[in-house]
Design a protein around this ligand. Structure first.
Ligand code: G6P
Length: 485
């Protein structure tokens, strides 16, 4: 079925930069969100609302794609609704609230969160711009009474715009469902209430008909926040919230990966490592939630505690630079590089380097080869909404399967029970998990990996989209099922 659709996210499905003549050009952007949603916007002739970036100004034309291999190639410039922000506003909104306040708080790291009223005002103002532009896009729909009309808003950068948009649509008597997906964790109410603007965020989200999260834990945390902080009426069993005259359905819809794509490319991707040692592999955005410092220290403990394993393993860590304008991220890079240097200096020999470190982007295609050839996938965030790397690692174990070590503080860790689960905050536990993985015999690796692969193959990215649209189409039925208190 084709439906009128607007996708709204902070970033557009490609990056716009300028070439040597000063003309804007599109650059591909990889990542789960674009892979999932670009085909959807193309298929439905939909619209995509997002921040234009620093290079595109209002007097410039949005460029068409000249790369037929790009996932967003089929999205025409007329389908793109750019949001222009001054550098100053962007700084207050993105570096300030999104990544200085909400990111640490939502990841249950409240001591890192900074709360500033001027930044919050910018966040609200930017959300209003997104809401107004989305409203203009909806007005272009063919039929403004059609029940399947949908706006799908993504992630923590846009949590107050849903109610703004709901009000605009209601005033204009336009029929349109609003849905929201949070790609990061939703913390317990006792953490969330530290946010001075907790009420405004909850109220903003309750403008949606459907509010979806990766896990049941996040979904129930949200319901409890609405109950305790707002005093909303909730049905915990049916996962429905009523506040004033608005009813919202809450669902856990765990995202998956394009499994077949990774499996296929793992068969043809080039061989990345040319050393004889077993490879322990990690790849993350350079973010403090990913637990990279704790991971390298856990590896250090492994080398200390199991000296026989020295020179038989190499830890290969890829860190993709991220949010470099935020101080905590810059400090993290410095600290990580100091630690890697220290540990290398402590254990390296003339023939052997214990850690290889790349601080750069690696293409998804090449990554499939890194995953395939790594004996151990070491994925140990201190907190992570889902973690797609764990799933990608699993999809690429095509021949001699490796061992996945994962932190239970990730969405993925809640279901990937056949992996080795390790608390990343204790170095000895990481060290012991690496040793167990290192020693694990073929038949056990195969058994565990088969089970992990079966689940991820089944609950892949397409299944996620299907479950999302099933939920959207059932919203009116779900709303009737409430018995609220
Ligand atoms: C996480 C968030 C996304 C975000 C991405 C990259 O996955 O859930 O919303 O886009 O990180 O972060 P950035 O700040 O570069 O957009």
């Amino acid at each position: 079925m084709k439906r009128s659709l607007v996708v709204v996210s902070n970033r557009l499905p490609f990056v716009i930069s300028t070439n040597e003549n000063g003309d804007p050009v599109r650059k591909n952007s990889a990542g789960g969100l674009v892979t999932a949603l670009a085909p959807l916007v193309i298929k439905n002739d939909g619209y995509w609302v997002g921040w234009a970036g620093n290079d595109l100004t209002e007097n410039m034309q949005i460029p068409e794609s000249d790369d037929p291999t790009a996932i967003a190639h089929g999205i025409k410039s007329s389908q793109i609704i750019p949001i222009y922000l001054s550098k100053e506003t962007f700084d207050l909104y993105y570096n300030g609230v999104c990544n200085g306040t909400l990111w640490p708080l939502m990841h249950s790291l409240p001591t890192l969160a900074v709360f500033r009223g001027d930044q919050w005002s910018a966040y609200v103002a930017v959300n209003e711009l997104f809401s107004n532009s989305t409203f203009e896009a909806v007005k272009k729909f063919d039929n403004l009474d059609e029940k399947s009309n949908l706006v799908w808003i993504q992630d923590y950068q846009l949590m107050v715009m849903p109610m703004m948009l709901r009000n605009l649509l209601d005033e204009a008597h336009i029929t349109c469902k609003l849905a929201f997906f949070l790609h990061i964790p939703f913390p317990s109410w006792d953490i969330f209430r530290l946010n001075p603007w907790a009420n405004e965020i909850l109220l903003g989200l309750l403008g949606c008909d459907l509010i979806a999260f990766h896990t049941n834990t996040y979904a129930s945390n949200f319901i409890e926040c609405c109950f305790y902080i707002l005093g909303a009426r909730v049905d915990r069993k049916e996962m429905i919230i009523e506040y004033g005259n608005k009813t919202s359905v809450v669902r856990a819809l765990p995202i998956g990966i394009p499994y077949d794509w990774f499996e296929k490319n793992a068969r043809i991707a080039p061989k990345p490592f040319n050393f004889k040692e077993k490879v322990i592999f990690g790849v993350d955005r350079l973010d403090y939630t990913k637990g990279i410092i704790q991971r390298v220290r856990g590896y250090e403990r492994f080398l200390e505690k199991y000296p026989d394993c020295r020179e038989k393993v190499v830890f290969f860590q890829v860190a993709v630079p991220s949010r470099t304008d935020v101080e905590d991220y810059r400090n993290l890079k410095d600290e990580l590089e100091r630690e890697i240097g220290r540990i290398s200096g402590r254990f390296a020999t003339a023939e052997w380097t214990p850690i290889k470190y790349i601080c750069n982007n690696i293409s998804q295609f090449d990554l499939a080869g890194y995953y395939r050839d790594a004996r151990i996938g070491l994925i140990t965030p201190v907190r992570d909404g889902m973690n797609l790397v764990a799933k990608e690692y699993v999809a690429c174990q095509i021949d001699d399967p490796g061992v996945l070590i994962i932190s239970p503080f990730t969405g993925a860790g809640e279901t990937m029970n056949e992996a080795l689960l390790v608390n990343p905050l204790e170095q000895d536990l990481i060290a012991d998990a690496i040793k167990t993985a290192y020693d694990m015999k073929y038949y056990e690796r195969k058994l565990r990996m088969n089970a992990l692969q079966t689940r991820e193959r089944l609950f892949n990215l397409d299944t996620w989209l299907e479950s999302f649209f099933d939920a959207v189409d059932m919203i009116d039925n779900f709303k009737k099922m409430k018995s609220l208190n």
